[in-house]
Design a protein around this ligand. Sequence first.
Ligand code: SF4
Length: 140
Amino acid sequence: MDIAPNKVVRLIQLGFYEDALKSDTPWLCAGCLTCSTRCPKEFDLAKFMDAVREIALEKGVEISQKNIIKFHNAFLDQIKSHGRSYEVGLVAEYKMKTMDLFQDVDSAPGMFFKGKLGLLPHNIKDRKGVKSIFKKTSGK
Ligand code: SF4
């Protein structure tokens, strides 16, 4: 991360929106929720980072981490299609978007045998509901 996550918040608070939106930090935030669950002020930093990413995309801010944006979009496409993450679909879509077909390919068998990669998606029941959320929030 080029700026500490708490400093991204501070930049926004102080009105330095462009510096915050151009930062790599929101794109490198894994959304692990460690900060959100431990914050004594109950500030949901992971959700904040989500918002910063979406605002950066909406405003067309130039992001240096191009492949992360492709990953972000591939992840959201999986959520839109299945209502939850479908790892094989995510990997396939990400690889097609980046054409980096062999990166990390050696870790696939281990993940598969540990049950981390299901061959078929497990769709949620209310996929239409999820699609309508995407429609309402993105106009797509
Ligand atoms: S959600 Fe996880 S990765 Fe993101 S800022 Fe919080 S602790 Fe860091």
